[in-house]
Design a protein around this ligand. Sequence first.
Ligand code: NAD
Length: 266
Amino acid sequence: MRFAIVERNDERSRALKNELTSELEQRGHVESLNPEIVISIGGDGTMLQAFHTYLDQVEHITLVGIHTGHLGFYADWRPEEMKELIHHLDGKQFEAVEYPLLELKIDYADGSKNQLLALNECTIKSFNQTMVCDLSIRGDYFETFRGDGLCISTPSGSTAYNKALGGAIVHPALEAIQITEMASINNRVYRTIGSPMLLPKHHDVEIRPVNPIDFQLTYDHFASIVHQNVTAITCRVSNQKVKFARFRSFPFWKRVRESFLAEERT
Ligand code: NAD
């Protein structure tokens, strides 16, 4: 098996990477730039980094996450379970589950375009003023949004920034994206829907600035970048998916409970 490891660059994660590399190599597996398995060691941020590092090979890779901090959403193996994980990897005894991704297209005034994929979400804010944008869904005008910004998330990203904005937690078996508002202005003059909205596959949302503004855009762990002269940002469920290795049953709702409510009930 060809494998690659992305680690958080702290002492513990580095040590685990060295140990895991040596164990896998002893069993005849090869570290490769074209891996079949990508192992992230660190936290959810490390998994986001691993995903983006191998994005151009996303159809061919399967991701696995080991957490060296607290339980992560994507990083659910504990360092103490390394032997068990090596055993599964060695025997290739695993299934893969597929999670939907967010596709983001940006149109600029000069006619150029940019396309991005996100595993968690993107956020769109204006640079130094209230963001005023027209939202169209499937080509039909929906509303004029005024406020701090918008977050568009994937199901697996719904437990991240989206959750902090009051968005719903969405099971990743649902191929959807969620739009959540950041501090919308709502009064007798201005009105937005005010509720998070889920769009199914094949529906897109186009966000168009009413007056020329510079957008501040984040996606996944990538920090805010100013995009000038944007005419439209269009978000939809991507046709591409990401695969995570499933070695044992760890249902999504159990992960939600253990991450946000309490440890396993004894
Ligand atoms: P970070 O180190 O600030 O991590 C933020 C937290 O988000 C970590 O605790 C991480 O475990 C958690 N997280 C990431 N993805 C998750 C997911 N899918 N489900 C549940 N928790 C998740 O930043 P980072 O490591 O660079 O990660 C970037 C992510 O941080 C972004 O994708 C965004 O979702 C999240 N974020 C959250 C907020 C917020 O909740 N207010 C604000 C900014 C960014």
